[in-house]
Ligand binder design. Structure first.
Ligand code: TMP
Length: 210
C-alpha cells in the first residue's frame, strides 16, 4: 500500500491525437518519480470489458443503434471500474486510463445526440458516478489527426473511427464543451509537435496532483 492516495487520471480526445502514446509516456514519467501507476484503457481494461470492446468496435456500421452502443459502453465501463480501477485506487495506486466517461459524453452524448444527462444517468447506474481526479484533453487539428490515423491504421478503421468527418468534428467540439464546463478537472493540452514536448505539457497539467 502506497503512502499517498491513488490518483485517477484519464486521457481523452478524438482519433489520432496520441492518447495511447501519451498514456504510456505518463506511466514512465510517474515511474521515475517512484509511482507505479496502472495503465488501462476503454473500452476494455477487464476481461468482460475487453469482450464488449470486440462487440462495439467490430462488425458493420449498422450493428448497433446509438442507444444500444451507449449501453454497451456503460456496461463495459461498469465492469472495468469494478474489477480494475476501483481495486487499484483502493490500495492507493495511481490509475491512468486511455479514454473514460468523457468519451461517451462526446461520442454518444454529443455527436450521437443522446444528450449528456442520459449518459450521466448511465454512469451513475453503472459506476456510481466515479469521476477522474484529472482529465487531459489532447487537441489536434482534424487534418493532422486524420493524417496520423492514416499512417497508423491505413484504411483499417474500426466501426466508430470510420464515421464521417462531421461526426468527428462534433466529437471534438463536445470535448471542448466539457473542458470549458469543468476547468478544474479537465485540462486541454496541445497535442501537436513532437511527442516528448506533448509529454512535457501533460506533466505540467498534472503537476498539482503530486
Ligand atoms: P481507441 O481507444 O482505440 O481510439 O478506440 C475506441 C473507439 O471507441 C474510438 O473510436 C472512440 C470510441 N468510444 C466511444 O465512442 N465511446 C466511449 O465511451 C469510448 C470509451 C470509446
Amino acid at each position: 500500500m502506497s503512502g499517498t492516495p491513488g490518483r485517477f487520471i484519464t486521457l481523452e480526445g478524438g482519433e489520432g491525437v496520441g492518447k495511447s502514446t501519451q498514456a504510456r509516456l505518463l506511466q514512465e514519467a510517474l515511474k521515475t518519480r517512484g509511482i507505479n501507476a496502472l495503465l488501462t484503457r476503454e473500452p476494455g481494461g477487464s476481461g468482460g470489458a475487453e469482450a464488449i470492446r470486440e462487440l462495439l468496435l467490430g462488425g458493420d456500421d449498422e450493428r448497433w443503434n446509438i442507444r444500444t452502443e451507449a449501453l454497451l459502453f456503460a456496461a463495459a465501463r461498469a465492469d472495468h471500474v469494478r474489477r480494475t480501477i476501483k481495486p487499484a485506487l483502493a490500495v492507493g495506486r495511481w490509475v491512468i486510463c486511455d479514454r473514460f466517461i468523457d468519451s461517451s459524453r462526446a461520442y454518444q452524448g454529443g455527436a450521437g445526440l443522446i444528450g449528456d444527462d442520459d449518459i450521466m444517468t448511465l454512469h451513475q447506474f453503472g459506476c456510481r458516478n466515479l469521476m477522474p481526479d484529472r482529465t487531459i484533453l489532447l487537441t489536434l487539428s482534424i487534418d493532422e489527426a486524420t493524417e496520423r490515423v492514416r499512417r497508423r491504421d491505413g484504411e483499417n478503421h474500426d466501426r466508430i473511427a470510420r464515421r464521417p468527418e462531421d461526426y468527428h468534428l462534433e466529437v471534438a467540439s463536445f470535448f471542448l464543451t466539457i473542458a470549458q464546463a469543468e476547468p478544474k478537472r479537465v485540462k486541454t493540452v496541445d497535442a501537436s509537435g513532437v511527442v516528448e514536448d506533448v509529454a512535457g505539457r501533460v506533466l505540467t497539467a498534472i503537476a498539482d496532483l503530486f
